[in-house]
Design a protein around this ligand. Structure first.
Ligand SMILES: Nc1ncnc2c1ncn2[C@@H]1O[C@H](COP(=O)(O)OP(=O)(O)OP(=O)(O)O)[C@@H](O)[C@H]1O
Length: 263
Protein backbone atom coordinates (compact mmCIF):
# COMPACT_ATOMS: atom_id res chain seq x y z
CA UNK A 1 0.00 0.00 0.00
CA UNK A 2 1.41 3.45 -0.86
CA UNK A 3 1.83 5.80 2.07
CA UNK A 4 -0.42 8.88 2.13
CA UNK A 5 1.30 12.26 1.88
CA UNK A 6 -0.77 13.52 4.80
CA UNK A 7 -3.00 11.35 6.93
CA UNK A 8 -5.24 12.19 9.87
CA UNK A 9 -6.09 9.03 11.82
CA UNK A 10 -9.02 9.37 14.22
CA UNK A 11 -7.92 12.86 15.19
CA UNK A 12 -9.86 14.69 17.91
CA UNK A 13 -9.21 18.04 19.53
CA UNK A 14 -10.71 19.48 22.72
CA UNK A 15 -9.86 22.65 24.59
CA UNK A 16 -10.28 22.90 28.35
CA UNK A 17 -11.82 26.16 29.49
CA UNK A 18 -12.24 27.04 33.18
CA UNK A 19 -15.93 26.10 33.22
CA UNK A 20 -16.19 23.50 30.46
CA UNK A 21 -14.57 21.47 27.75
CA UNK A 22 -14.91 22.58 24.10
CA UNK A 23 -14.76 19.81 21.52
CA UNK A 24 -13.37 21.62 18.46
CA UNK A 25 -12.94 18.56 16.26
CA UNK A 26 -14.82 15.24 16.44
CA UNK A 27 -13.10 12.08 15.29
CA UNK A 28 -11.69 12.96 11.90
CA UNK A 29 -9.85 10.71 9.47
CA UNK A 30 -8.54 11.99 6.15
CA UNK A 31 -5.93 11.17 3.57
CA UNK A 32 -4.49 13.86 1.34
CA UNK A 33 -2.53 12.87 -1.74
CA UNK A 34 0.60 14.75 -2.85
CA UNK A 35 0.01 17.56 -5.33
CA UNK A 36 -3.70 17.91 -4.56
CA UNK A 37 -5.46 21.17 -3.81
CA UNK A 38 -8.02 20.21 -1.20
CA UNK A 39 -10.64 22.72 -0.05
CA UNK A 40 -12.23 22.55 3.37
CA UNK A 41 -15.72 24.00 3.75
CA UNK A 42 -17.83 24.21 6.87
CA UNK A 43 -19.90 26.49 9.06
CA UNK A 44 -18.23 28.96 11.36
CA UNK A 45 -16.77 27.30 14.45
CA UNK A 46 -16.76 23.76 13.01
CA UNK A 47 -13.03 23.35 13.54
CA UNK A 48 -11.49 24.15 10.13
CA UNK A 49 -8.79 26.42 11.56
CA UNK A 50 -8.19 23.94 14.36
CA UNK A 51 -7.60 21.21 11.79
CA UNK A 52 -5.08 23.42 9.94
CA UNK A 53 -3.34 24.38 13.19
CA UNK A 54 -3.01 20.69 14.11
CA UNK A 55 -1.45 19.88 10.74
CA UNK A 56 0.82 22.93 11.08
CA UNK A 57 1.95 21.55 14.45
CA UNK A 58 0.84 24.65 16.39
CA UNK A 59 -1.49 22.43 18.44
CA UNK A 60 -1.33 18.77 19.44
CA UNK A 61 -4.34 16.46 18.92
CA UNK A 62 -6.24 15.30 21.99
CA UNK A 63 -6.56 11.89 20.33
CA UNK A 64 -5.39 10.15 17.18
CA UNK A 65 -2.38 10.82 14.98
CA UNK A 66 -1.38 13.10 12.12
CA UNK A 67 1.17 11.53 9.82
CA UNK A 68 3.08 13.60 7.29
CA UNK A 69 5.46 11.81 4.92
CA UNK A 70 5.31 8.74 7.16
CA UNK A 71 6.18 10.60 10.38
CA UNK A 72 3.89 11.88 13.18
CA UNK A 73 3.69 15.67 13.34
CA UNK A 74 4.93 16.92 16.69
CA UNK A 75 5.88 20.56 16.03
CA UNK A 76 5.77 23.26 13.34
CA UNK A 77 8.18 22.88 10.41
CA UNK A 78 9.09 24.83 7.26
CA UNK A 79 7.86 21.99 5.05
CA UNK A 80 4.32 22.88 6.24
CA UNK A 81 3.72 26.58 5.52
CA UNK A 82 0.71 28.44 6.87
CA UNK A 83 -0.93 31.42 5.16
CA UNK A 84 -3.53 33.43 7.07
CA UNK A 85 -6.15 35.93 5.95
CA UNK A 86 -4.27 38.81 7.60
CA UNK A 87 -0.96 38.34 5.72
CA UNK A 88 1.24 38.02 8.83
CA UNK A 89 4.31 39.60 7.21
CA UNK A 90 7.07 41.15 9.33
CA UNK A 91 6.46 44.91 9.01
CA UNK A 92 10.07 45.79 9.87
CA UNK A 93 11.48 43.75 6.97
CA UNK A 94 11.37 44.58 3.27
CA UNK A 95 9.53 42.27 0.89
CA UNK A 96 12.77 40.49 -0.08
CA UNK A 97 13.83 40.16 3.56
CA UNK A 98 10.41 38.73 4.47
CA UNK A 99 10.75 36.04 1.80
CA UNK A 100 14.41 35.39 2.66
CA UNK A 101 13.70 35.21 6.41
CA UNK A 102 13.09 31.43 6.64
CA UNK A 103 16.11 30.39 4.55
CA UNK A 104 18.31 32.88 6.49
CA UNK A 105 17.01 31.51 9.81
CA UNK A 106 18.04 28.04 8.65
CA UNK A 107 21.57 29.23 7.95
CA UNK A 108 21.54 30.19 4.27
CA UNK A 109 23.91 33.04 3.35
CA UNK A 110 22.51 36.51 2.72
CA UNK A 111 23.21 36.49 -1.02
CA UNK A 112 21.83 33.00 -1.68
CA UNK A 113 18.72 33.69 0.41
CA UNK A 114 18.21 36.99 -1.47
CA UNK A 115 18.55 35.18 -4.82
CA UNK A 116 16.08 32.54 -3.68
CA UNK A 117 13.66 35.24 -2.52
CA UNK A 118 13.95 36.98 -5.90
CA UNK A 119 13.17 33.72 -7.69
CA UNK A 120 9.92 33.29 -5.79
CA UNK A 121 9.03 36.99 -5.95
CA UNK A 122 9.38 36.62 -9.70
CA UNK A 123 6.99 33.65 -9.62
CA UNK A 124 4.32 35.73 -7.84
CA UNK A 125 4.93 38.78 -10.08
CA UNK A 126 6.52 40.99 -7.43
CA UNK A 127 10.13 41.24 -8.61
CA UNK A 128 9.87 45.03 -8.85
CA UNK A 129 8.74 45.30 -5.22
CA UNK A 130 11.59 43.47 -3.47
CA UNK A 131 12.87 46.60 -1.72
CA UNK A 132 9.56 48.01 -0.47
CA UNK A 133 7.96 47.59 2.96
CA UNK A 134 4.82 45.49 3.53
CA UNK A 135 2.73 48.56 4.44
CA UNK A 136 3.37 49.97 0.95
CA UNK A 137 1.67 46.96 -0.69
CA UNK A 138 -1.98 46.25 -1.43
CA UNK A 139 -3.68 43.30 0.31
CA UNK A 140 -3.34 41.14 -2.79
CA UNK A 141 0.37 41.92 -3.07
CA UNK A 142 0.92 41.12 0.60
CA UNK A 143 -0.75 37.78 0.11
CA UNK A 144 1.55 37.11 -2.86
CA UNK A 145 4.54 37.84 -0.59
CA UNK A 146 3.12 35.37 1.94
CA UNK A 147 2.91 32.74 -0.82
CA UNK A 148 6.48 33.50 -1.97
CA UNK A 149 7.62 33.17 1.65
CA UNK A 150 6.27 29.64 2.12
CA UNK A 151 7.67 28.62 -1.28
CA UNK A 152 11.12 29.96 -0.32
CA UNK A 153 10.86 27.86 2.84
CA UNK A 154 10.61 24.86 0.54
CA UNK A 155 7.16 24.07 1.87
CA UNK A 156 5.70 20.87 0.49
CA UNK A 157 2.31 21.46 2.03
CA UNK A 158 0.68 24.87 2.27
CA UNK A 159 -2.11 25.40 4.79
CA UNK A 160 -4.24 28.35 3.74
CA UNK A 161 -6.82 29.74 6.18
CA UNK A 162 -9.29 31.84 4.16
CA UNK A 163 -6.30 33.45 2.43
CA UNK A 164 -8.31 35.53 -0.01
CA UNK A 165 -11.25 36.33 2.28
CA UNK A 166 -10.23 39.95 2.90
CA UNK A 167 -9.55 40.81 -0.74
CA UNK A 168 -11.83 42.56 -3.23
CA UNK A 169 -13.49 40.30 -5.81
CA UNK A 170 -11.17 41.11 -8.72
CA UNK A 171 -7.98 40.66 -6.70
CA UNK A 172 -9.38 37.44 -5.26
CA UNK A 173 -10.07 36.04 -8.74
CA UNK A 174 -6.57 36.95 -9.89
CA UNK A 175 -4.94 35.31 -6.88
CA UNK A 176 -7.09 32.20 -7.26
CA UNK A 177 -5.80 31.77 -10.82
CA UNK A 178 -2.22 32.50 -9.71
CA UNK A 179 -2.48 29.88 -6.99
CA UNK A 180 -3.61 27.30 -9.55
CA UNK A 181 -0.68 28.24 -11.82
CA UNK A 182 1.82 28.00 -8.94
CA UNK A 183 0.41 24.59 -7.94
CA UNK A 184 0.71 23.37 -11.53
CA UNK A 185 4.32 24.67 -11.73
CA UNK A 186 5.53 23.42 -8.37
CA UNK A 187 3.41 20.37 -7.56
CA UNK A 188 2.58 21.94 -4.20
CA UNK A 189 -0.03 20.28 -2.00
CA UNK A 190 -2.56 22.73 -0.56
CA UNK A 191 -5.15 22.46 2.19
CA UNK A 192 -7.36 25.49 1.67
CA UNK A 193 -10.03 26.65 4.13
CA UNK A 194 -12.81 28.77 2.66
CA UNK A 195 -16.35 29.87 3.47
CA UNK A 196 -17.16 30.17 -0.22
CA UNK A 197 -18.63 27.17 -2.02
CA UNK A 198 -17.83 28.86 -5.33
CA UNK A 199 -14.17 29.32 -4.37
CA UNK A 200 -13.98 25.66 -3.29
CA UNK A 201 -15.37 24.44 -6.64
CA UNK A 202 -13.18 26.88 -8.61
CA UNK A 203 -9.99 25.66 -6.95
CA UNK A 204 -10.40 22.22 -5.42
CA UNK A 205 -9.34 18.88 -6.83
CA UNK A 206 -11.35 17.75 -3.86
CA UNK A 207 -13.80 19.51 -1.55
CA UNK A 208 -14.29 18.30 2.01
CA UNK A 209 -17.37 19.49 3.88
CA UNK A 210 -17.45 19.55 7.68
CA UNK A 211 -20.52 19.58 9.92
CA UNK A 212 -21.31 22.29 12.44
CA UNK A 213 -19.17 22.09 15.59
CA UNK A 214 -17.87 19.88 16.87
CA UNK A 215 -16.71 19.34 13.31
CA UNK A 216 -16.55 16.07 11.48
CA UNK A 217 -16.30 15.27 7.79
CA UNK A 218 -19.76 14.87 6.21
CA UNK A 219 -18.76 14.82 2.56
CA UNK A 220 -15.64 14.38 0.46
CA UNK A 221 -16.07 15.11 -3.22
CA UNK A 222 -13.57 14.88 -6.08
CA UNK A 223 -14.00 17.76 -8.55
CA UNK A 224 -12.81 16.70 -11.97
CA UNK A 225 -13.85 19.75 -14.01
CA UNK A 226 -11.01 21.04 -16.20
CA UNK A 227 -9.40 24.45 -15.49
CA UNK A 228 -10.22 27.25 -16.00
CA UNK A 229 -13.56 26.48 -14.38
CA UNK A 230 -16.62 28.49 -15.25
CA UNK A 231 -19.07 29.23 -12.40
CA UNK A 232 -21.86 29.73 -14.95
CA UNK A 233 -21.35 26.24 -16.35
CA UNK A 234 -24.14 23.69 -15.64
CA UNK A 235 -21.79 21.03 -14.24
CA UNK A 236 -20.16 23.65 -11.97
CA UNK A 237 -23.62 24.53 -10.69
CA UNK A 238 -24.53 20.89 -10.07
CA UNK A 239 -21.46 20.50 -7.87
CA UNK A 240 -22.17 23.79 -6.12
CA UNK A 241 -25.73 22.68 -5.36
CA UNK A 242 -24.58 19.29 -4.03
CA UNK A 243 -22.05 20.94 -1.74
CA UNK A 244 -24.59 23.46 -0.54
CA UNK A 245 -26.92 20.62 0.46
CA UNK A 246 -24.08 18.80 2.22
CA UNK A 247 -23.20 22.02 4.04
CA UNK A 248 -26.77 22.59 5.14
CA UNK A 249 -27.35 19.04 6.30
CA UNK A 250 -28.72 17.37 3.15
CA UNK A 251 -25.51 15.35 2.63
CA UNK A 252 -26.09 14.97 -1.11
CA UNK A 253 -22.40 15.25 -2.07
CA UNK A 254 -20.64 11.89 -1.60
CA UNK A 255 -20.38 11.19 2.16
CA UNK A 256 -17.30 9.49 3.53
CA UNK A 257 -16.24 7.15 6.26
CA UNK A 258 -12.59 7.37 7.34
CA UNK A 259 -11.55 9.31 4.26
CA UNK A 260 -12.70 6.65 1.78
CA UNK A 261 -15.63 7.54 -0.49
CA UNK A 262 -18.57 5.27 0.28
CA UNK A 263 -19.70 3.01 -2.52
N1 LIG B 1 -7.53 27.93 21.82
C1 LIG B 1 -8.83 27.67 21.98
N2 LIG B 1 -9.38 27.60 23.19
C2 LIG B 1 -10.68 27.30 23.37
N3 LIG B 1 -11.55 27.05 22.35
C3 LIG B 1 -11.06 27.10 21.12
C4 LIG B 1 -9.69 27.43 20.85
N4 LIG B 1 -9.50 27.40 19.50
C5 LIG B 1 -10.69 27.09 18.96
N5 LIG B 1 -11.63 26.92 19.91
C6 LIG B 1 -13.03 26.55 19.72
O1 LIG B 1 -13.05 25.42 18.86
C7 LIG B 1 -14.13 25.53 17.93
C8 LIG B 1 -13.60 25.47 16.51
O2 LIG B 1 -12.88 26.68 16.24
P1 LIG B 1 -12.18 26.96 14.83
O3 LIG B 1 -11.58 28.31 14.92
O4 LIG B 1 -11.30 25.82 14.49
O5 LIG B 1 -13.43 26.96 13.84
P2 LIG B 1 -13.52 27.43 12.31
O6 LIG B 1 -14.34 26.42 11.60
O7 LIG B 1 -12.16 27.69 11.79
O8 LIG B 1 -14.32 28.80 12.47
P3 LIG B 1 -14.38 30.07 11.49
O9 LIG B 1 -14.91 29.57 10.19
O10 LIG B 1 -15.33 31.00 12.19
O11 LIG B 1 -12.98 30.60 11.39
C9 LIG B 1 -14.86 26.80 18.27
O12 LIG B 1 -15.91 26.50 19.13
C10 LIG B 1 -13.82 27.63 18.99
O13 LIG B 1 -14.40 28.54 19.87
Amino acid sequence: MTEAFLELRDVTKSFTLPAREVVALSTTSLQIEQGALVCLLGPSGCGKSTLLRLVAGFEQPSGGNIIFHGKPISSPGPERGMIFQDYALFPWLTVRQNVAFGPRARGMGRRSAGDLADRYLDMVGLNEFAEVWPHQLSGGMRQRVAIARVLANDAKLVLMDEPFGALDAMTRERLQQELLTICAQTGLTVLFVTHSIEEAVLLGDRVIVMSAGPGRVVSDLAVSLPHPRDPTDASFNDIRRGLSEALHGGHSAAPVANGEPQQ
